[in-house]
Ligand binder design. Sequence first.
Ligand code: EPZ
Length: 437
Amino acid sequence: MAELVVHGGTPLTGEITVRGAKNFVSKAMVAAVLGHSPSQLRNVPQIKDVHVVSELLRLHGVNVSWDPETGVVDMDPSNVETAHRADIDAHAGSSRIPILLCGPLLHRLGEAFIPDLGGCHIGDRPIDYHLTILREFGAKVDKLASGIRITAPRGLVGTQVSLPYPSVGATEQLLLTAVQARGKTELRNAAIEPEIMDLVAVLQRMGAIISVDTDRVIRVEGVDRLEGYTFTALPDRIEAASWASAALATRGDIYVRGARQADMVTFLNIYRKVGGDFTIDDAGIRFRHPGTPLHAIALETDVHPGFMTDWQQPLVVALTQASGLSIVHETVYENRFGFTEALTEMGATIQVYRECLGGLTCRFGQKNFFHSAIISGPTPLRAADIEVPDLRGGFSHLIAALAAEGTSRVRGIELINRGYESFTAKLEALGAKVEQA
Ligand code: EPZ
């Protein structure tokens, strides 16, 4: 596993640039498969997820050309065909995106084979909502040893679905299927994250008819034909918030070029309550430690427009440096505090609980999940040898190593490459003393 040696204790100061959102670009690329003419996606970051999706599309006959420097991906789906199953198998476990290819492939080919999905160790990441939605459209789902085979012998017909939980992926599954299903589709309790609203914008440019109401009901009228699109991806608000938290944890000052206030309002309010300073201009946001003690807070993650679950891991590292007791109630994933074990070994005082602390009772309250945490600070962090557990937890471990006195060795940093473009180069641009082991 790739290893980074981190000499901590130096504030991160300087400027970095954030490009397109990881959790949008992969879905916009899948949407291109629906078009009968080429599409172009801009501001695409050079991350592993884009490489994985590019390979998957090529496997299905889509001509993909990607210039990582300019961030432009051109996709020509004129001759989409069934990929060889063995090839798709090779991608099993590499990403959760394949499940979103179902709708587009069913429309184009009448069938799809989806390998077992990968993802992070933050929960069992089920796909029951996805499969229920596909069946509601009239698809036939056969579970095989190596994945699932889906067919639509009588085509796909518009339907009414109500999600038990506003799942981002399930909402995207429905959108990518409903746009060409026969008739009208209605989705209640939909997720409305900015990345989803931009996917709606992409589909509308292709010729789709989609409305999103204030009660989070999405309505789609199926159309016969979709064309390609040209679209510039929205910036990655998770990466921007990760660097903002790194500025607090290391007593630094980081200008994040590309960060967009509109997508980060809830994060910015919490940042201010913790005591962080930020200045917003048209090109980005400057985040910096105030030089005075940080304040402990009570925080609950939620779906948009709530505080995003992916924002909490990096912020927890900053909260280890805040004066007092902070409470974090994670209500989106059942097991998203695993990363705190490494922080505790580095000197943080963090206790996790099964109860719903600091907010409303959530889905995990009566089950056996440690989904609430109390962080007591400030506590100096000591260097340690760390193994990255997942994407966001891994970035948090990096921030902790940068904040700690001494030299840490962070193993498994390729996991971080999945979602943070050129992060070693960015760390060096911010004055971090790091080297590949
Ligand atoms: C997307 O995951 C993101 N990933 C996640 O980011 C993000 O944390 C999450 O949305 C929430 O915002 C991508 O977009 C690739 P969900 P997704 O379906 O779509 C349950 C990162 O680090 N659920 O909204 O998989 C699920 O278990 C990643 O960038 C079901 O029960 O998230 C979870 O508890 C981490 N059945 C909740 O819904 C289903 O069929 C939210 O999951 C689907 C989901």
